[in-house]
Design a protein around this ligand. Structure first.
Ligand code: ATP
Ligand code: MG
Length: 271
């Protein structure tokens, strides 16, 4: 989609029950609320050895509180670049971007970090755990950096929720890729953020562990109202989100998932 007007024509709008009416009712509800995240005419260009590359081009997006949104697209389409911009971790070339109703362009790096603090969790594609800290210390870090109480028990419980109760004292280099990914997920959720960005959160996990992590994401989305923005190459994970946005040629194309939000593909929760 490129503009809100274009979206009316571009987007399939079935509701949770698949009916166009339910889809329109949902859209009407969303129109009455301020988006938690809003991008207008977002552009990102970078200079490379072979000249200037446009990664994102006049991209529009609105995400409302409590939604789960999948971002899909081919490798190199710009998904990780988009996620970093939306979270205020990278700067735009052009356009408008507002997070929790605050324009990110009005803030410097410290201001953006303060806005994110305790409210935004991020699961990086390459985890970005601090190598000298144990799994537990990595999970405690966002609590230390925000005004939250530093609660070791809470951090341990998060590691247990991702199946790592026996790995709390391990350094990242003593953990497998999938284990590091799960530490990154525990770290993203430990502050009970309103919004979580996850870049391929199940990318390094076997199907059973990936399903468990996905169940955890959607349980939090359903029970705590955590808004989820998930980049994934896994069509099953994307189908569980309320909406799927495909990134292609620097823009997003949207589809509403008839069976999206929180349920396993077979309709039965695994938890
Ligand atoms: N700083 C940079 N300088 C030059 N090119 C860059 C830079 N950052 C990203 N790119 C290019 O932008 C494109 C998008 O990269 P990005 O990592 O966002 O893709 P992606 O959709 O997340 O891919 P994947 O599915 O493989 O993770 C790639 O072609 C990448 O090489
Ligand atoms: Mg990526």
């Amino acid at each position: 989609m490129s503009t809100p007007e274009a979206r009316k024509d571009d987007v399939e709008h079935p509701g949770q029950d698949g009916s166009p009416e339910a889809g329109h009712a949902r859209s009407a509800r969303q129109q009455n609320r301020t988006p938690i995240l809003m991008a207008r005419q977002l552009e990102k260009t970078v200079d490379s050895g072979s000249g200037r590359i446009t990664i994102l081009n006049a991209l529009d997006l609105e995400i409302h509180a409590g939604e789960s949104v999948a971002i899909v697209g081919s490798s190199g389409a710009g998904k990780s670049t988009l996620l970093a911009l939306l979270a205020g971790l990278d700067t735009l070339t052009r356009g408008e971007l507002a997070l929790f109703g605050t324009s990110l362009s009005s803030l410097d790096e410290d201001g953006r970090a303060r806005l994110r603090s305790g409210q935004v969790g991020f699961v990086f594609q390459n985890f970005q755990l601090l190598p000298t800290l144990t799994a537990l210390e990595n999970v405690l870090l966002p609590l230390e950096l925000s005004d939250s109480d530093v609660d070791t028990q809470q951090a341990s419980q998060w590691l247990a929720r991702v199946g790592l109760e026996a790995r709390v004292q391990h350094l990242p280099k003593q953990l497998s890729g999938g284990e590091q990914q799960r530490v990154a997920i525990a770290r993203a959720f430990v502050t009970h953020p309103a919004l979580v960005f996850a870049d391929e959160p199940t990318g390094n996990l076997d199907r059973a562990t990936g399903d468990r992590v996905a169940d955890l994401l959607f349980t939090l989305n359903r029970e705590s109202g955590t808004t989820l923005v998930v980049v994934t190459h896994d069509p099953q994970l994307a189908a569980r989100c309320d909406r799927t946005l495909t990134l292609d040629e620097g823009r997003l194309h949207e589809r509403i998932n008839p069976h999206g939000s929180s349920h396993a593909p077979d309709g039965a929760d695994r938890r």
